[in-house]
Design a protein around this ligand. Structure first.
Ligand code: SAH
Ligand code: SF4
Ligand code: F3S
Length: 444
């Protein structure tokens, strides 16, 4: 038997890329590869890329440049680019960087083994074809290897919303939902391998409309219906989902937040801006008020829910007054977590053509927003002190005897010398709140 070839894969961008990278490892496993954490050992290096902001995309070209010594040391090394930069500018990558042997878009990962074979003959392989034909369900062998207690599971891909700033509808294509029985089968496989918490993924995960088991027409299952079916899987203890769009928060999903025991009290629901003028120009089709009213309904269903969001500052034509409306909205909502970004011009999107806000203004607004968000985040975290939360332990911490995990609210929690093991869920009384995590003791 020949030694297995080694694959080093580096993942950028969102959680869907993390999920995709795992599937690429499995797909190339069929072609004789095992994963390595050391690029110097690799027979193939794959960069799974993100195109969401200009910096994210530029980073790929400098990273490719840094791979040159590896190729010089090992001329047989294959270098590949996957993900959203591959989809958006695959041919340009091939032109700009002759080191690259393979370019594969997110819809084509199931064809990786054939593409790899082509590179072994010394040819270049490029595949950024649309549409997706349920790319990962072509994998026949479900893996059996044990894995950690948390996992991602993609249920929906693509986006039809076309926010004026965003490349996702172009790189990931239009919305496609995976059939429910495939998802449930994959979930059972994950649970058999040690997974206790599954985070359902999609660019617009709450727009999920998959075919239910035995369905003829398809599209009859909502995300809530899927969550209820997952709730019945023995051994699966926790369900989360991300990322949601405010316009797709259906009644049954809101209700599930109040009634489904395994659905965790945490919701990432990006609003992007608090100004109706800017929301309109972003093509978001909700207002600040409609968003706030939606949150009221969600909080009525699940009063202790922790909310998280995404914000863009310095969108074209954003005035100080518009920005103030964002600060006001944040002040009203009080997010447990929030991600904020300076608007980044993406060629080909409508907002790229509009009057841009200066870089200094963007930086200054970002700083003010982040200061406010950090304060709320800290307040919500500090308020956990004295409470008892349930923690799913994931791994040893940095200190001796320490174990770390996540509470229902997604706060990182650490305990010391408690005898808990990875995969265990225990009641923990929170005794301290640090910069990025909570400390506590396990209650017997
Ligand atoms: N589908 C999700 C998020 C997609 S991208 C949603 O609709 O909420 C993740 C985040 O990146 C977005 O929520 C947005 O805040 C940010 N983002 C997307 N395009 C951007 C751009 N051109 N400049 C800055 N931030 C951007
Ligand atoms: Fe991008 Fe908007 Fe779609 Fe989210 S909803 S992926 S921000 S176009
Ligand atoms: Fe980035 Fe593509 Fe995800 S652009 S954020 S990797 S969908």
């Amino acid at each position: 038997m020949t030694d297995p070839k080694k694959l080093f894969i580096k993942t950028y961008g969102c959680q869907m890329n993390v999920y995709d990278s795992e599937r690429m490892v499995e797909a190339l496993g069929g072609a004789g590869y095992v994963e390595t954490q050391t690029p110097g050992d690799a027979d193939m290096i794959l960069l799974n890329t993100c195109h969401i902001r200009e910096k994210a995309a530029e980073k790929i070209y400098s990273e490719l440049g840094r791979l040159r010594p590896f190729k010089e040391a090992k001329p047989d090394l294959k270098i590949g680019v996957a993900g959203c930069v591959a989809q958006a500018e695959g041919e340009e990558i091939m032109r700009r960087q002759p080191l690259v042997d393979l370019v594969v878009g997110p819809q084509s990962y199931h064809r990786l083994p054939e593409m790899e074979a082509k590179t072994q003959k010394g040819d270049k392989a490029l595949d950024t074809d649309f549409p997706a034909d349920d790319k990962f369900d072509t994998l026949r062998n479900r893996p059996k290897a044990k894995r950690g207690p948390t996992a991602f599971l993609t249920v929906q891909e693509g986006c039809d919303k076309f926010c004026a700033f965003c490349v996702v509808p172009y790189t990931r294509g239009s919305e496609v939902s995976r059939p429910a029985d495939r998802i449930l089968e994959e979930a059972v496989n994950l649970v058999d391998r040690g997974v206790r918490e599954i985070t359902l993924l999609g660019q617009n995960v709450n727009a999920y409309h998959g075919a239910g088991p035995g369905s003829q027409g398809g599209g009859d299952w909502s995300l809530a219906r899927l969550i209820w079916a997952l709730n019945d899987i023995d051994g699966l203890e926790r369900i989360r989902f991300t990322t949601s769009h405010p316009n797709d928060m259906a009644d049954d999903l809101i209700e599930a937040h109040g009634t489904c025991a395994k659905l965790m009290p945490y919701l990432h629901l990006p609003v992007q801006s608090g100004s109706d003028k800017i929301l309109k120009r972003m093509n978001r089709s909700h207002t600040a008020q409609s968003y706030l009213r939606l949150l009221e309904r969600i909080r009525a269903a699940r009063p202790d829910i922790v909310l998280s969001g995404d914000f863009i500052v310095g969108f074209p034509e954003e005035t100080e007054e518009d920005f103030q409306a964002t600060l006001d909205l944040v002040e009203e909502v009080k997010y447990g977590y929030a991600y904020s970004f300076k608007y980044s011009t993406r060629p080909g999107t409508p907002a790229a053509e509009r009057a841009q806000v200066g870089e200094d203004v963007k930086s200054e607004r970002l700083q003010r927003l982040q200061t406010l968000i950090t304060r709320h985040q800290r307040d919500i975290q500090d308020a956990m002190v004295g409470r008892t939360v349930k923690v799913l332990f994931e791994k040893p911490g940095r200190e001796p005897g320490q174990m770390v995990g996540k509470s229902e609210y997604l706060h990182a929690v650490h305990v010391t010398d408690s005898g808990v093991v990875s995969g265990q869920i225990a009641d923990v009384e929170i005794t301290e709140s640090g910069t990025n995590s909570l400390g506590g003791r396990v209650i017997r």
